[in-house]
Design a protein around this ligand. Structure first.
Ligand code: SAM
Length: 464
């Protein structure tokens, strides 16, 4: 039996949302000042910040979000790409292009096709993937997913290798989560889609995915199965975003209480046009201004949790919201099965939903470097056992900087050597010259310098 099946108290959230309407500007100022000291936000404070009307206060919200991101994560941005392996799906989610009532030829990749996709991803410089699949216990069972993981980890093209696979597959059993853990996945990602139960049930009609409670308790099962890095998310656009953000915080606290650690990351996907759905039918679509508030308020509420931003958003919007607390972005993505191979052949790619940032990783890296970020392909944490509460302790003490800073630089140099052009190399050299002196401990600085020299000489044995 599941314990505590529905720990998202809807009446409590409604009352917080109602009470927040009377918040004064001076109370908002106090909340912002508290958030600046990395203390996080209470549920009522989250609700209150969504009531900001004063433009100066909104500016202050964004500045604090930016400051928190810089002081905890530094200027690093982790880069990854999704890999869709199967679009078989037994569900009928009203918002999704993969819903079973959409008639198209379903496919799942063979081992060879997975290897072809992985080689193309490695050619783009990727080291970290998010494995994606529709839900189909027959056509895409756990054994298929495990084989896919094995195919990905064992595919090496030139200097390329996938060093971390995060997995975004449907909610499953403790036994299956144990298998995923043994297959050495990074983070297990699952979006609740919406925490609002009536909405959840109406957008998942006659679906295996239709049980709100089973879905909501998936992370308990994942953690019982030994996975300690879980990545949450809400599909913004289904229900009231203020309700969703408060509920996300409640879910995070629930996991902290029951399993000792909350979300490793939070994703902020926004509803996009997809085959067989009409955006106009969704009454809670989130506009750009609300989207910026969501990212910034999440950053203030849980300063130590990563925030993931996908290519659903335009380059312009990505450039802006990255400042408000994003720590990971996808790049060069295809959101369809076999999409990278199709793109290589110059074919049109029909995605699970519409994407808005079509730049290559190289272009994205250049623009990040111009904005003075350090794009990172580091995947060392989970391979060195820095997961779950061990990661959080390092993040909260600030010591994570000592590890992430040098690793980000090393993997950036590695990328530049293997996949960069002259322009990128010049940008990277400037960044390395700027960043090395910032690395605090002398021994780590030396290690970084030595590692970079090794990479330059084509040696990689110091890589972790
Ligand atoms: N089948 C798995 C599950 O049920 O969780 C994996 C989900 S799917 C491959 C990845 C995510 O795409 C979904 O969780 C959903 O949030 C998102 N998605 C589906 N339709 C979308 C749309 N129209 N716009 C934006 N994101 C969408």
């Amino acid at each position: 039996m599941e314990k505590n099946l529905n720990f998202i108290d809807h009446e409590y959230i409604y009352s917080l949302m109602n009470n927040s309407k009377n918040i004064t500007e001076s109370e908002i100022d106090n909340i912002l000042d508290k958030a600046a000291s990395k203390k996080g936000l209470s549920h009522s404070e989250v609700a209150a910040l969504f009531q900001i009307k004063n433009e100066n206060q909104r500016k202050k919200l964004f500045e604090i979000a930016h400051m928190l991101k810089e002081s905890i994560y530094g200027n690093r941005i982790v880069v990854f790409a999704p890999l869709y392996v199967s679009n078989f799906c037994v569900n009928n989610c009203t918002y999704c292009g993969y819903k079973r009532e959409n008639e198209f030829e379903r496919k799942k990749l063979t081992r060879e096709e997975i290897q072809t996709e992985v080689k193309l991803l490695e050619k783009m410089g990727h080291k970290r993937l998010a494995l994606e699949a529709g839900e189909d216990p027959i056509n895409c069972n756990i054994d298929y997913i495990l084989e896919a993981i094995d195919a990905i980890y064992s595919t090496k093209f030139e200097n390329g290798a996938i060093r971390r696979i995060n997995v975004n597959i449907a909610a499953t059993t403790v036994e299956n989560y144990k298998k995923l853990k043994n297959a050495q996945i990074g983070t297990y990602i699952l979006f609740q889609e919406t925490y609002h139960k009536p909405t959840y049930e109406s957008v998942h009609p006659k679906c295996l995915k239709g049980s709100y409670e089973y879905h909501l308790n998936a992370f308990n099962r994942a953690m019982d199965g030994g996975i300690d890095d879980v990545g949450a998310g809400v599909l913004f656009g289904l229900a009231d975003p203020i309700f969703e953000v408060i509920a996300l915080m409640m879910h995070n606290e629930y996991l902290e209480k029951t399993h000792g650690v909350g979300f490793h990351t939070i994703s902020v996907p926004r509803l996009k046009k997809a085959e067989g759905m009409c955006l106009e039918k969704f009454p809670h679509l989130v506009d750009d201004e609300m989207f910026k508030n969501i990212v910034a308020i999440i950053r203030l509420a849980v300063p130590f949790t990563g925030i993931i931003l996908s290519t659903r958003e335009t380059p312009e919007l990505r450039k802006e919201v990255i400042k408000y607390g994003v720590s990971q972005i996808s790049a060069g993505s295809s959101a369809d099965v076999g999409g990278y191979s199709e793109r290589e052949k110059g074919h049109h790619i029909p995605n699970q939903f519409e994407l808005a940032d079509h730049r290559t990783p190289l272009e994205i890296l250049k623009s990040l470097l111009d904005e003075e970020y350090v794009p990172s392909y580091c995947t060392a944490c989970y391979r060195m056992g820095r997961t779950g509460d061990r990661f959080m302790e390092l993040a909260k003490s600030g010591n994570i900087q000592n590890v992430c800073g040098p690793n980000a630089l090393m993997t950036l140099m590695e990328y530049a050597m293997d996949y960069g052009d002259k322009d990128l190399l010049e940008k990277v050299e400037k960044v390395v010259a700027r960043e090395i002196p910032k690395i605090k401990r002398e021994d780590i600085r030396e290690l970084t310098k030595n590692n970079i020299l090794k990479i330059k000489n084509g040696q990689r044995d110091l890589f972790i």
